[in-house]
Each structure stands twice: as C-alpha cells, then as structure tokens.
Design a protein around this ligand. Structure first.
Ligand code: GDP
Length: 450
C-alpha cells in the first residue's frame, strides 16, 4: 500500500503517548472497518454516513434488527436497523454479511420505508446467502427467556440471541436454505420443534413458536436480494473499489471481549468484520473506532463511570440519549479511557472518531477515567470479570470545560483550546490518532483529518 501516513487531527502528541504497534491510517485505504468502542450507540451511523461518501460498497458484518443507527440528512432523521447506513448515499452498494442475523420482514419494511421517503435502495441492496434468518420462534424464545431469567440481560427482544444460539447449535436456517424450498420445510420444522420444547421448559406457551408455513413465507422476497457477499466484496476490492465494513453495538458488548454476560450474542469487534462478510483479515487495512466524547449504556450491566442522577439527566437531555430501537433511556457517564484504550487494542484501531463533542459544550469541567480501583488496587486494564467491573471505582482526572458552542467548528483550529486539550488527552490515553470529530447530528457538522 503506497502513501500511508499517520493522520492526526492534533498537531502534537503529549509526553504520555504510548505508541501501539499499528498501521497508520491510510486515507486511500481500500477496506475500512468502523467499529463501536464503548457500549454501542456511539454514533457509528453518522460516522459511516460521512465516510460512505468516499467508498463504493458498505457492508454490515454482525448484529441484527437490535441495532439502531440514526442518521440526519438535511432535515430528515432516519433510523436504520438492518440496512447499512451507506444506503443514504445514492449509488452505493449496501450489503448485509453472513455475520448478520436477518429479520426478513423488518428488513423489507425498512427497505420499503426508505423507498417511500424517496431514498429508493432498489437494486443496491444485497443480503448474504449465508446469513442466518431470525424466525418468529426466535423472538418467542427471546421474550420467554428474558421473562424467566433471574439475571436479566435487558435484550431488545428481537430474537437476536436465540438466532445466534441456533447458529452455534447448528440448528439455524440460512438465507440459502430458505430459498431451497425442498429442504426449507425440514430445517424450519426442526427449529420449531426445538423451540416448542424449550418454550415448554421456560413455562411459556409452545404455540408462540409459530408455524412452518408462516416461517417459509419469509422466503418470498429473498431471491431479489440474496447474494454471495464475500465474492462481491472480493471483486470490488480487486477492481480497485473502496469498501467500508460497518459494525453494530460496541466493544464492551462483544460476546468475547465485552462485559460478559451483559453483552450481545455476536463479536462486534473489528476482527469479526472479515469473518462476518467472508473475506480474509489481510484485506482490511484501516480500522476506525467510534467513541462518544462521554459514555452511555443501555440495558443492564455495569457502567463504571456513571454520572450521579442530576448530571445523568442533564446529559441525557442534551445528548438525546434514548435508544434508537427501543426508546429506552440510556445511562450516561464520563469518558472511560480504560475502556477506550482496551477497545483500541482489541480492535487494532488505526484511528478514532469522537462523536457528540458538542453535548459537553456547557460543562464547567470534565472528567476522564484513567484507571479503575478495585479493592484498593488501581489498574488500567479492562477486567475480564464482570464482578470486578461492578466493583470498579474509576480514578478520574479533571479537565476544564470550554463553555463555548462547538457545533459550527469545521477544523480543529475552530475549536476552543480546552476542547482541543480534552481531545488531545483522549488521544494520548487511548493510544490512537483522532481521525474525525463530530460536533452535531448533521452530515456537515464534522471535523476530518486531511
Ligand atoms: P449508533 O448506533 O452508534 O449509530 O448510534 P445511535 O444512532 O443510536 O446514536 C447516535 C445518536 O447521536 C443519533 O441520534 C445521532 O444523530 C446523534 N449524533 C451523532 N453524532 C452526533 C454529534 O456529534 N452530536 C450530536 N449532538 N448528536 C450526534
């Protein structure tokens, strides 16, 4: 790859910067992953929408209809659940990889909704023939399991967890299977029988598993979108086109690397991008990690840097922190550099995109967690055990606020000095260069590395 150079929005690095061995951001990168680096809702939709302007193909690599990306285009607010955020850029090919679990009806409802709003995705959308399908019985299992659970995960109830369980348990039915009518009834029938037994065990009505005919009806519109996503991406890259791989949720929700068991059922981190679309890891040459300028969490599980109630409410209102999929209020907290630095390592970040800086514009001072104290001992590593995370007392450093609107800033020099200092500190602590700063919901409200 020629012309690689490290790009940072900040002119200098502080003395505390630890250089992690990683590739430099390549502005001309052919294949870029965008992954969330907190507990999801980092603003990946906006970052992907901005970056999608410069690519030809956008593909989702994991998750399902539980994801919710909000993108503002002009005066329109568009919430996307399964369709990649790149769809809002005319002419871009938008794909759902094999790592995604597909809620067929919701997917087509989303496609039709975009068409009704004049954003016709038409023939631009493709779904991997290897993607697993979420059936009504997965949703019934999700609801029944959450009702019965002693320790609730706080799932979105969309059947995502049970669909991934079916996949790992080799009971799943994929898009290609559903299109093969001769065999589809058998696979779906087995899935329903298994689900009925499980529903009985959970004390729920087995009738909620639905029927084979109902499940098979989902195949109706699939032939128009089914494709070999890995092959498409490989061909695009071979032809010199640019590809963006879009993650859902965030690193702390990754099934392996997150705050297990309060996690989602898939690998959200950048390593999953290759697996989730069907290319090799060597095809990826840039990874942008998205972090909010503070931290939020929806659903259950620990949030070490949680604000007290008054500040929580203030930032929730200022940042409109309500789930795009469920409308649930998100818990809010200070920027957690322990988590972000961990995410930088796990994802192999080549750059960071910091979103929602503007939400902090009115604060007199800001805190950043630089370590966790657990039982008297301060550590800077994100713990494996959720009980350590629950007990973790953040070690904070305090920085002065800027108390000036940043929403009009389009370059780092437009930002107040204290806002630059805040970003600079984040860059130092996280150990990856800042490639983008978002200062509002609109497409234009962004500062980009040049
Ligand atoms: P995603 O799932 O990571 O895409 O995140 P969500 O869409 O759930 O949440 C991001 C929300 O923040 C959306 O409503 C965005 O419009 C909004 N947003 C993104 N970037 C910014 C920003 O820089 N400033 C403000 N105020 N809002 C932003």
């Amino acid at each position: 790859m020629t012309g690689a150079r490290p790009v940072s929005l900040l002119e200098r690095r502080g003395p505390g910067y630890v250089a992690v061995p990683m590739k430099a951001i390549r502005e001309e990168a052919a294949c870029t992953v965008v992954a969330g680096c907190q507990w999801g809702d980092e603003g990946k939709g906006k970052v992907v929408d901005v970056l999608a302007g410069g690519v030809d193909v956008v593909a989702r690599y994991q998750g399902g209809a539980n994801a919710g990306h909000t993108v503002h285009v002009g005066d329109r607010r568009i919430v996307l659940h399964q369709v990649p955020s790149g769809v809002l850029r005319p002419g871009k090919r938008c794909l759902l990889g094999n790592g995604v679990v597909l809620d067929v009806n919701r997917f087509f409802a989303e496609v039709d909704g975009l068409a009704e709003r004049g954003l016709d995705p038409g023939g631009r959308i493709g779904v991997s023939d290897r993607a697993h399908v979420v059936f009504p019985y997965h949703k019934a299992l999700d609801a029944a399991a959450e009702e019965a659970a002693r320790r609730k995960i706080g799932t979105t109830g969309r059947g995502i967890g049970p669909a991934y369980e079916s996949k790992a348990g080799r009971r799943g039915v994929r898009v290609a299977d559903l299109l093969d009518r001769a065999h589809a009834a058998e696979g779906v029938g087995r899935g329903i029988a298994w689900a009925r037994a499980r529903l009985r065990e959970l004390g729920a009505d087995p009738g909620r598993a639905g029927t084979v005919a109902g499940a098979l009806a989902l195949a109706r519109r699939l032939p128009s979108v089914a494709t070999d996503v890995g092959d498409e991406i490989a061909r695009a890259l071979a032809a010199g086109r640019r590809v963006l791989l879009e993650g859902a949720q965030g690193t702390a929700l990754d099934v392996d690397h997150g705050s297990y068991p309060y996690v989602t059922s898939s690998n959200t981190t950048a390593g999953a991008a290759a697996v989730g679309v069907g290319i090799g890891p060597t095809a990826i040459d840039s990874v942008i990690g998205v972090v909010k300028a503070y931290t939020t969490r929806v659903g259950n599980g620990p949030l070490p840097t949680a604000f007290g109630p008054a500040m929580d409410e203030r930032i929730r209102e200022l940042g409109a922190e309500f789930g795009a999929t469920t409308g649930r209020p998100r818990r809010c907290g200070w920027f957690d550099a322990v988590l972000a630095a961990y995410s930088a390592r796990v994802n192999g970040l080549t750059g960071i995109a910091v979103t929602k800086l503007d939400v902090l514009d009115t604060l007199a001072e800001l805190k950043i967690a630089t370590g966790y104290r657990t039982g008297g001992e301060a550590r800077s590593l994100f713990p494996a055990c959720v009980r350590d995370l629950e007990r973790a007392e953040p070690v904070y450093e305090t920085l002065p606020g800027w108390r000036t609107p940043t929403t009009g800033a389009r370059s780092m020099n437009d930002l107040p000095a204290n806002a630059r200092a805040y970003l600079h500190r984040i860059e130092e602590l996280v150990g990856a260069p800042i490639a983008m700063v978002s200062v509002g919901t609109r497409r234009s409200q962004v500062i980009r590395a040049r």
